[in-house]
Design a protein around this ligand. Sequence first.
Ligand SMILES: O=C(O)CCC(=O)C(=O)O
Length: 231
Amino acid sequence: MKTNDSLSPAARYDRDGFIVVPNFLSVEECEKLKTEARGVLDKHAKPGASVYVHVAVVNEKFRALAEDPRIVKLLKPVMPHGVMFLSDKIVYKSADKKFPTPWHIDCYYWRNTRPKLSVWIPLDDATAENGTLTVVPGSHKRDWRMVKMGLPSGEFDNGIEDGDWSDGDVVTCAIKRGTAIVFSDRLVHGSTPNVAGKDRYAIINTYHAPASDEAFDLEFPARKVVWDPAA
Ligand SMILES: O=C(O)CCC(=O)C(=O)O
């Protein structure tokens, strides 16, 4: 996918609601993290689950990734008031888990809290055929209504049903493993279905600005300030 643009990352983030950073992790790092992710799902996730939250609480490699200096460097331009890790999540698609992630905005899940962003990193090459991330550029500038969708998977059960964008507005992020996509919690995003039936592991880390704990934050034991410009 096209990632070049003469604008700075911060200006692109403001305009589009996301930025794409190729080669963020190496192939070797992705391979190792994928093994760790499989282990976390096997050991800690509900049987058959495609999602596991609080990875950094149970796995030191993912805890290290959450506060990796490369992530801090990546986020500084879009988070000038500091970077606090909140939580992380594995999302796994496969031959058994082909369903697309429905269109949604993450801020729906943490209403009345301070703004957040997430860093989505696929640990397999991610394509339109194996369930890659899809985004609607600029959608973070509008408000969206989420509804219960009654999806058979029971995971990702809320979505946007009345989105008025056209297919041409959607960016399907066909990217190599280890590419990082930084996106606003107001950006409309989802995934393609995994019609190829091939594994697609991704790790998603969520961050916000350092501040005194809000009640919501207390649900996330691995939360940690990773850059405080005032310190
Ligand atoms: O990896 C995916 O399919 C997308 C996950 C996602 O959008 C989310 O967890 O908010």
